[in-house]
Write a protein that binds this ligand. Structure first.
Ligand SMILES: [Zn+2]
Ligand SMILES: [Zn+2]
Length: 358
């Protein structure tokens, strides 16, 4: 657990003055709400972050809260008090609602739920905090499976922070869930924690092994498609360019069979895989479904085309540069058309025809 706290420190960010609603009882170390203690210094509580004595302010005007006796704000007093409250709640209830595990694609492909969320029974909750270190380490376990809970209080973290947190989780092999708390002032009592812990909303996986495994499975099925003109041959037959089923690079980037628009290998259409369920299907069934979904037309044979010079059928011929479609009346007629080598589609350069199939 030590290595989790040794990771790169998140920069301390500027923030507004905060109210504390939980204090740590001197002596017992118990976490108490401001309503549970007498007013003033008689509350006998200290700040959960800096350890300074607290004063319970229970006046008529403002919402009851704790303040540091010295009137000095410490950086993470309120955050640490919420962490402590989370720990208390989890330890007492031993339940946590795991959010859906969602695989997101680096493309226009719709995200997929790879494991449904559910209420989990916990067997152990661990909490480690060291003075001056933020965030503390809050770990939940169900038997041998452990995950870390990180609180994102008032949009504290940004995308690059999340990447760091995910990397740290991966390195230590501990999945991470982030709980979003829009306003720290929403948590003034234990009861208010329930919706953040026992219900599906407000949380997401930042690092999850199931998601990672699915990502690997998908990547293993994705290939870099063969080049054609300024783009690629298209197994999904999205459109025709020069009579060949092909797509431009930008078409590929917007296609739902594109797995990762930045990666070298990115087309899933070759495997016919679209959804998580497709991995369980027999290849023949997958192929049939793929053909139906994408309205795949059989590629016309070379002999179905006519010679551009005399109109006689063309024939498959082999030359020094590979296969081409030559006139069946050869040598009387020397008409021919080029052929795309891997699919043997006859290429027709027709300047009057739109390259896009409507
Ligand atoms: Zn403090
Ligand atoms: Zn001919």
């Amino acid at each position: 657990m030590a290595e989790l706290q040794e990771g790169k420190r998140v920069n301390i960010k500027k923030k507004k003055a905060r109210s504390l609603y939980f204090g740590v009882a001197m002596g017992t170390g118990e976490l108490l709400t401001v309503d549970a203690v007498p007013r003033g210094l008689d509350c006998k509580c200290i700040c959960p972050d800096c350890g300074t004595r607290l004063v319970a302010r229970k006046g008529e005007e403002n919402r009851h809260h704790f303040a540091h006796e010295t009137n000095n704000e410490c950086y993470y007093g309120q955050e640490m008090s919420i962490y402590r409250a989370f720990h208390d709640f989890l330890r007492k209830n031993l339940k946590f609602y795991l959010p859906d595990a969602i695989l997101k694609f680096n493309s226009n492909k719709k995200p997929e739920i790879v494991r449904k969320g559910h209420l989990l029974d916990l067997t152990e909750v661990k909490y480690v905090s060291e003075p001056g270190k933020y965030p503390p380490v809050l770990l939940c376990s169900a038997d041998s499976n452990t995950f870390r809970v990180i609180l994102n209080i008032e949009d504290y973290y940004n995308e690059s922070d999340y990447r760091e947190i995910a990397a740290a989780g991966k390195k230590s092999n501990i999945p991470v869930i982030v709980v979003n708390i829009e306003s720290a002032d929403e948590i003034t009592s234990m009861a208010e924690l329930s919706k953040y812990i026992m219900e599906p909303g407000n949380k997401t996986w930042i690092y999850n092994r199931v998601v990672e495994e699915w990502d690997k499975k998908y990547r293993a099925k994705a290939v870099k498609p063969e080049k054609f003109e300024a783009g690629y041959l298209c197994p999904a037959q999205k459109q025709q360019i020069k009579n060949v089923y092909a797509a431009r690079r930008e078409d590929c980037e917007h296609c739902w069979y594109c797995y990762d628009r930045h990666a070298e290998a990115f087309c899933l259409a070759h495997s016919g895989i679209d959804h998580v369920n497709d991995f369980r299907k027999q290849p023949e069934i997958l192929k049939k479904e793929f053909e139906t979904i994408n309205h795949i037309r059989p590629i016309k044979k070379i002999s179905e085309y006519q010679c551009p010079q005399c109109g006689a059928p063309l024939r498959r011929r082999k030359g020094p540069n590979g296969v081409f479609a030559g006139c069946s009346r050869y040598p009387a007629c020397k008409g021919s058309r080029p052929v795309e080598q891997s699919t043997e589609q006859v290429i027709i350069y027709d300047k009057n025809k739109s390259p896009y199939r409507k």
